[in-house]
Write a protein that binds this ligand. Structure first.
Ligand code: UDP
Ligand code: MG
Length: 325
């Protein structure tokens, strides 16, 4: 049977504690899918080391020597989850019919990959893994995530609710993805823009069994902010509207105080003056800051720097060098 050649792409940043489990769980799953004839025996698991500071690359490298299903690439430095995913997808595209991306911590149910592939075979180009419940996440994480989705949707960006970066892309979807050249890649926002037939597969999200989340609050906020400013100019418009509103309110008060001066008690406080100065000053700073954010984005985009640099690609190994550094 002519079955699907799939590559499972796994971005890893300082994941030494969980990698053993990830290797064995994923290769067991892939073996069983190959045995069932669901996927081609040429299918692979590609680990992308995103410039880890721990033993991650060594572990990946050693595993590739033992296990023919496992491949690895090492990026020259840490470029972040999204760019690490892109690196893996781009490298896997050439040799695969379909690419599945999943986090190394196995918080996502790996067994629904079977459904991903069945849906791919039915003809879908994009299959989104969607978390049915987020019980394992803290209330805070759930709340911030929910607000983020709502805000993005309000601003006209189509995001799949409760879908992270666990998904299957067909070869052609992955190829077209390469045409999106922006530097600030936010895959969750870009992939719906491909417009291909897509479907969702639901699963329960588990807790991380080892290691720590690489998304502490600070990173999550910057991720969300990036997502918003990369896709929408609504914040700039809101600032404009805010500026206009505050301008007319100030105008009203100015007239009111002038009226008081000429027709009544002129005992006007210092407070009103100073608060309005601060208020307007603050508003101006916000506006300038936001505009600066967009200009910064334009600046970054205009440089067209590579999003990642592959240090070691185990698909194309030059002979006679040691790569376990
Ligand atoms: N990751 C990465 N580069 C980074 C940060 C994270 O490749 O700079 C990987 C990480 O190893 C994991 C995935 O991205 O496989 C998601 O990260 P994490 O589990 O920490 O995020 P969370 O699930 O808490 O949102
Ligand atoms: Mg995680």
């Amino acid at each position: 049977m002519n079955s699907t050649n799939v590559t499972i792409v796994v971005p890893c940043y300082n994941e030494e504690e969980i990698l053993h489990k990830t290797f064995s769980d994923l290769s067991n799953l892939l073996t069983s899918m190959i045995d069932d004839g669901l996927v081609s025996p040429k299918s692979k698991i590609l680990f992308v080391d995103d410039g880890s500071k721990d033993q991650t690359w060594k572990l990946i490298y050693k595993e590739t020597l033992k296990n023919g299903m496992i491949k690895g690439i090492k990026l020259s430095r840490n470029v972040g989850h999204q760019n690490a995913l892109l690196a893996g997808i781009h490298i896997a595209t050439e040799s695969s019919d379909a690419i599945i991306t999943i986090d190394a911590d196995l918080q996502d149910d790996i067994y629904v990959m079977r459904e991903f592939i069945e849906n791919y075979q039915l003809g879908y180009d994009v299959i989104y893994g969607v978390r049915e419940k987020r019980d394992s996440d803290t209330f805070f994480k759930r709340f911030t995530a929910e607000s983020f989705y709502k805000l993005m949707n309000k601003m006209g960006v189509e995001l799949i609710y409760n879908h992270a970066d666990y998904r299957l892309l067909s070869k052609r979807a992955a190829e077209y993805l390469q045409g999106f050249e922006e530097v600030n890649m936010f895959l969750r926002g870009i992939i719906p823009l491909l417009g291909f037939q897509s479907t969702k597969v639901f699963y329960e999200r588990k807790e991380r069994t080892a290691g720590e989340s690489k998304y502490p609050l600070r990173k999550m906020l910057s991720f969300a902010f990036n997502g918003i400013t990369s896709f929408s100019v609504t914040p700039i418009r809101l600032v404009l509207v805010g500026g206009l509103v505050s301008f007319f309110i100030s105008l009203f008060f100015a007239l009111y105080f002038l009226g008081l001066k000429f027709f009544g008690n002129t005992e006007l406080g210092w407070t009103s003056l100073i608060t309005s100065i601060w208020l307007i000053g603050g508003l101006q700073l916000i506006a300038i800051g936001l505009i600066g954010e967009y200009i910064g984005k334009i600046y970054k985009e205009s440089k067209r720097r590579p999003k990642y640099i592959v240090d070691i690609d185990m698909f194309k190994l030059p002979i006679g060098r040691n790569f376990a550094l």
